[in-house]
Design a protein around this ligand. Structure first.
Ligand SMILES: [Zn+2]
Length: 173
């Protein structure tokens, strides 16, 4: 078929006929597992951005970090963001959820979407220890204390955040 030319209505009808539903059980891949090799390839592709992309990202970060960032608000907000994007933060959340029952600590519900909360908010430690950089944050054990984490449902978490704002003058985003 010539590039750029369109299928006639007749051939389109034929294609429709021949392409039966391939979703779910009709899919030739239904129930099949990826080989270990394929799995490895997929996870590698998802895990490691190419060097080119990594360079782009770090260049971007170098330019928009901290005071150069148009959203700079005196320090704590970008620091929050940096902390939330760290693998150490994901690990902290993961460790907290592993060590706690899978239900809201306040209302005990299990059927709501659950979130991990800092019992004493991060900004308290950041201010107390005069933390200015992500390096200082990573070196401050109080920020990463597993026992300072609890599981809350979204509603209780929102209420808790309101209390933190009053109690600790908490900064949000
Ligand atoms: Zn709750």
């Amino acid at each position: 078929m010539k590039k750029g030319s369109k299928h006639s209505n007749e051939s389109r009808a034929k294609m429709r006929e021949n392409h039966y539903d391939v979703s779910g059980i009709n899919n030739p891949n239904y129930g099949k597992r990826c080989s270990e090799e394929t799995k490895r390839k997929i996870s590698k592709a998802n895990r490691n951005p190419s060097l080119e992309i990594r360079n782009k990202i770090s260049q971007h970060h170098a330019n928009v970090w901290g005071i150069n960032n148009p959203r700079w608000r005196g320090g704590i907000t970008p620091l929050y963001k940096l902390i939330r994007n760290r693998k150490e933060y994901f690990k902290w959340r993961n460790d907290v959820s592993k060590l706690n029952p899978n239900r809201c600590k306040h209302c005990s519900r299990e059927d709501l979407s659950l979130e991990i909360d800092h019992i004493i908010p991060l900004c308290y430690f950041i201010t107390k220890n005069n933390i200015k950089t992500i390096k200082m944050a990573l070196n401050c054990p109080e920020l990463w204390e597993i026992s300072n984490g609890q599981v809350l449902c979204r509603g209780c978490h929102a209420l808790k955040t309101q209390k933190d704002i009053q109690k600790y003058n908490k900064v949000t985003r």
